[in-house]
Ligand binder design. Structure first.
Ligand code: FES
Length: 155
């Protein structure tokens, strides 16, 4: 049976379901990179005086950084200045399906949120909601230590 005959035999509804599986559930394509590894062995510094860290000058600002040169430049950590002015850091890689899409948002006093399926986490990594029917998993967070203009992010 040829492909077009096969699709015709399924009917238009089934063909649509095969072709567009993520119409309502997914905001990202597979090529955007789910299933990324949660960062481990993290210990690096950020120069707060650098232009790359400019967003951290303001409460609610955040940047995405690569914790390790072996990541080939792939970012895996989100560093934010929370609404109280403290610097906090968490995995950019979401605990739900491993997309590198965690951001700091000012809602609810400042939380981490993944914009792929909407997982939200407290600043200590505690899951605040549940997506799909999976048990919510904590977001990995990291310690921070400020020395002048140098921020150390570590675990
Ligand atoms: S990957 Fe699903 S909410 Fe982040």
């Amino acid at each position: 049976m040829e492909r077009k005959d096969f699709l015709r035999s399924l009917g238009a509804g089934a063909a649509f379901a095969l072709t567009f599986p993520c119409v309502n559930g997914c905001s990202k394509d597979a090529e955007d990179g789910g299933d990324r590894e949660i960062p481990s062995g993290v210990d690096f510094t950020v120069d707060l005086a650098s232009s790359k860290a400019a967003a951290l000058a303001n409460n609610g600002g955040f940047i995405e950084v690569a914790s390790n040169v072996s990541m080939n430049g792939l970012t895996d950590i989100v560093v934010a200045r929370n609404l109280a002015g403290n610097l906090v850091a968490a995995s950019l890689i979401c605990s739900h399906q491993g997309y590198a899409e965690v951001e700091f948002v000012e809602r609810d006093g400042g939380i981490f949120e993944c914009n792929v399926h909407g997982s939200r986490f407290g600043q200590d990594g505690t899951p605040l909601n549940q997506v799909d029917s999976n048990p919510a998993k904590a977001l990995k967070v990291f310690s921070t230590e400020l020395n002048g203009e140098t921020l150390r992010v570590f675990e």
